[in-house]
Write a new protein. Structure first.
Length: 313
């Protein structure tokens, strides 16, 4: 009856690009990161790869951008654990230290010939189109496309991980946060030489955020399919329970010991190794509860798709 935990990044197309060989060295770098940061880096890379596909980027750029995403947080190797793993909000001073992971990661890549081609990942993923990002406060015209894509993937996974989603139910609330990232900052003043056009921009590229919606809707469809498959298996189990109940009734009504044993043996053949006759009613109820729970999830997922389609970027 157990259903595998749903993986938000299960539909990644990384293997189709044969990245195992080209990224073996880069992945070795990730092994030196803490578990949370390594998992986040893998998630961001998987999501970046899919965003590139939905944006119709060519294969070469998709490979390049994906590797940049794998390495985007490599600079966190040099951030003190007390700051990197602090559960509560960082102080202003601690946040300034945390921000240096971008330049530290960039320097690490530039000092390594194998990593140098992907230095854009660490350097640009926290830059914002309106110039409010870091480390350089660049604006749209100076932020490489790969940096803009990785920023959206990074923001999304950070929220998903923080909220510990087990399903896409409620994910539209996360997308609303990303929509806000595409809007002009209310108190944006810009630098002295900022162009008026920059003040009209948000932090994230709306085209990429809109593309993320397509990725998420596709994933929800995949989750619905997986959950429905589980529900279909439960329905088959209900047929088994129905037969068991039928045999139990006949066994109770049987007038001879021979007939009772006959129906008893029939019940035993229908039982699974971890089931027993005296607990079959309880087990049946657990299956019913599992069925109702998954059916509710499917209904909510369809509602989630409707909500996402209403969102405007």
């Amino acid at each position: 009856m157990a259903q595998p935990e749903f993986d938000f990044y299960d539909k990644t197309s990384l293997k189709s690009y044969n990245l195992d060989k080209t990224m073996r060295y880069q992945l070795d770098m990730l092994d030196t990161l803490d578990v949370f940061t390594r998992k986040h880096s893998e998630n961001v890379a998987a999501l970046t790869c899919r965003l590139c596909e939905y944006l119709h980027c060519d294969k070469g750029f998709t490979e390049y951008c994906t590797i940049c995403a794998y390495l985007h947080d490599i600079g966190k190797l040099f951030i003190p654990p007390a700051i990197l793993q602090k559960p509560s909000k960082l102080t202003d001073e601690e946040f300034e230290v945390m921000k240096t992971h971008t330049t530290l990661g960039y320097k690490m890549c530039m000092n390594d010939l194998k990593l140098r081609p992907y230095a854009a990942g660490p350097l640009y993923h926290h830059e914002a189109l309106n110039g409010t990002g870091y480390p350089q406060g660049l604006t749209k015209k100076d932020i490489p496309y790969e940096g803009q894509i990785i920023r959206v993937a990074d923001e999304y996974d950070a929220i998903v991980s923080k909220r510990q989603y087990k399903s896409h139910v409620g994910i539209s609330d996360t997308l609303k946060i990303l929509i806000d990232e595409t809007k002009p900052t209310p108190d944006y003043s810009g630098t002295l030489n900022a162009l008026a056009e920059e003040a009209k921009l948000g932090k994230s590229n709306p085209v990429i955020v809109r593309t993320l919606f397509k990725v998420v809707i596709d994933d929800i469809g995949y989750e619905i399919t997986c959950t429905q498959s589980y529900v279909d298996n439960l329905l088959k189990e209900f047929d088994r329970f129905k037969k068991i109940e039928k045999y139990k009734n006949k066994m109770e009504k049987a007038k001879t010991e021979k007939n009772k044993n006959y129906y008893l043996e029939g019940i035993k053949l229908l039982l699974k190794p971890d089931e027993s006759i005296d607990k079959i009613s309880q087990i049946h109820q657990e299956y019913i509860e599992a069925y109702n729970t998954r059916k509710a999830i499917i209904d909510n997922l369809y509602s989630e798709i409707k909500e996402i389609k209403k969102l405007k970027v």
